[in-house]
Write a protein that binds this ligand. Sequence first.
Ligand code: ME8
Length: 501
Amino acid sequence: MSSETFYVTTPIYYVNAEPHLGHAYSTMAADVLARHHRQRGDDVFFLTGTDEHGEPVENAAKKAGVTPQELADTNAAKFEGLMPIIDATNDFFIRTSDPRHTERVAEIMQRVYDNGWVTKGVYEGWYCPRCADFKTERELGPGNTCPIHEIPLQKEREENWFFQLSAFQGQLEGLYEERPDFVVPEFRRNEALSFIKGGLEDVSLSRPNLKWGLPLPWDPGQRMYVWFDALLNYVTALGFAREGEDLTDRYWPADLHVMAKDILKFHAVIWPALCLAAEIEPPRRMVIHGYLLMGEKKMSKSLGNVLDPFAVIDRFGADALRFYLFREVSFGQDGAISTAGFEQRYETELANDYGNLASRVLAMVERYRDGVVPAAQVDATLAEDFEGAVARFGDLLDRAELTQALDLVWALVRRLNRFVEETQPWVLAKDEADPERLDEVLYNLVEGLRVVTLLLVPYLPGTSETLLAALGEEGRALAELGSREGGQKVERVPPLFPKIE
Ligand code: ME8
């Protein structure tokens, strides 16, 4: 496979509150894709970070009795600290209060102004302080409420600078036509496109009352609406993520922005228009996932009923959480999660389907063949089920189908378990007349385990490392069944997913 660049981002998270499972989810999704592309040999850059300006942060700081910068410092440290805990391999963590970011934002916004895409006007509209966003009449919930936060909105009137979003309607429609996968899944693309086709209004670019925001370079009395500052992070970060190096030409345009549906409009409508206005090539693609719904009451025996990512990871490890979320909730859709559901999948799928398979296979190779993988032929029936798996898996992840890709691997894990039951190696071991059949069965089981474990590297980074080391696998590139000959020494492993006490 030829090496390509792959630049993937998460939203930058607001520092008005602490990280929670939703933030972990988007970040783990981006991490799955980053790891997968590294396995393909691609030149990957994975960016995450924090969004530190704007009214929500200003208000939260006031409430907490600290300065916005102090609140930002405290919470940004928590977000940054989350990354190693969830095993995210981000290449950089951007903070928008970093002067290296703010200087670049000023340059880019000045260019937008110089290019004539900024006008002065009076804004009158419904403003949601939690979204930090003006809502159009079409977007209002019942009784003039915010459809996302379900709080009553105030009508605000102010003198403002505007970004001429309306001028980009035709170009945006053209972009959507040219690139059918600009936004995935398709129903989100349709949502964004119909928003564009419904007629775009100019958007407010500054706020006169805001204190915690960047001054407009051409009118420093006004502060920049936080979304312009925030969206630009995807580009500015490349300029300073590596000391003394500018990575912009190497990685821009971004290959994939990952986010949930709450910020679709900003990314799928405003962002590409802002890029065009600033003479920046728009990103290639974005994937919009759903919400994890955490409200239900199903309790587990060991975790209570709040799926706290830190508690889960503390007890079961990051792999188990990553696995559960991508397996349980079809990526792209909303989905309910629960501690009881987590424990169920942990026991039946991770501990039994996969963990036990690994322990059994390694134990049998040790017992029957002194820990050396016999050299043998690929089993024809197994080969049929594994045929093309790597390519199909790659195609699914190219479409950011994280759940379907995992389902594909799990079908193979279950196929291997059936293979054990069908062939009954412990019976073959007693039949000294046909040692070759036992060689063949053991070879195929090790091969199968190796192939599925390589596929699982992005989802189960910790466990797969342990197991691949035990299997004597040196590389991490994806492999087809039968691509490695026998002869390796394998080692037993302690239970990969210990039983829940
Ligand atoms: O919107 N389920 O920041 P934010 C799934 N700063 N994902 C969830 C989630 C849930 N229940 N809750 C949050 C912002 N998320 C802006 C972004 S980008 C230039 C600026 C995830 O802290 C999901 O990715 O409110 C969502 O889009 C994001 O957190 C919102 O994070």
